[in-house]
Design a protein around this ligand. Structure first.
Ligand code: AMP
Length: 191
């Protein structure tokens, strides 16, 4: 079973590339951002709570995010593997994910980080926001806050996974298919 984490700043292409990886390796794609957005569209209590954080570009609290993630994994007992996109984003989430996977006799195979410069990401996010209408993609202050959240809370995970020898960098700039090819190579050469 292959269990991957796709890691990277907002706009680095995690969602797009996770779909390619999911199709190639027959994995279940779990995006916590998409799960929150589905909850918001369906006006659930969880959606209402998540929205108050997402609208500002803040992370949603760990306990809420972890509970949602665990329930999504438990919904796929016959999965051949998972690709986690946008989760974990804090050390607490990473530690609890490891413990949770142990209870299922699973583990993270590797973490792949898409590397893209912040200036390029801002342009990508603003352009994505125009197409999607996502409010957190349309406001430079919110975008900067999401980068700050990433740099403060998520970037320590690089060392967390390096210490487990599970961290790999991929250049996230260039043609979409070329980036997929780099990711597939990284998986195939290191799994
Ligand atoms: P994304 O679609 O991955 O860029 O996520 C959009 C927003 O959803 C983030 O800015 C956070 O507010 C929230 N979110 C998504 N995943 C997480 C997570 N693992 N922990 C906390 N908040 C999250």
């Amino acid at each position: 079973m292959i269990n991957l984490i796709l890691f990277g700043k907002p706009g680095s292409g995690k969602g797009t590339q996770a779909e390619f990886v999911k199709n190639k390796y027959d994995l279940i794609h779990i995006s916590t951002g998409d799960l929150f957005r589905n909850n918001i569209s369906n006006n659930t209590e969880l959606g209402l709570l998540a929205k108050s954080y997402m609208d500002k570009g803040d992370l949603v609290p760990d306990e809420v995010t972890i509970k949602m993630l665990e329930s999504e994994v438990n919904n796929h007992p016959n999965a051949k593997g998972f690709i986690f996109d946008g989760f974990p984003r804090t050390t607490v989430q990473a530690e609890i994910l490891d413990q949770f996977l142990i209870t299922l006799k699973l583990s993270i195979s590797m973490t792949i980080a898409l590397e893209v410069d912040e200036n390029l990401l801002i342009e990508r996010l603003i352009s994505r926001g125009k197409d999607s209408g996502r409010s957190d993609d349309q406001d430079r202050t919110k975008i900067q806050n999401r980068f700050d959240e990433y740099n403060k809370k998520t970037s320590p995970l690089i060392n967390y996974y390096k210490n487990q020898n599970k961290f790999f960098d991929v250049d996230g700039v260039g043609d979409i298919n070329e980036i997929s090819y780099r990711i597939f190579n990284t998986i195939d050469n290191n799994i």
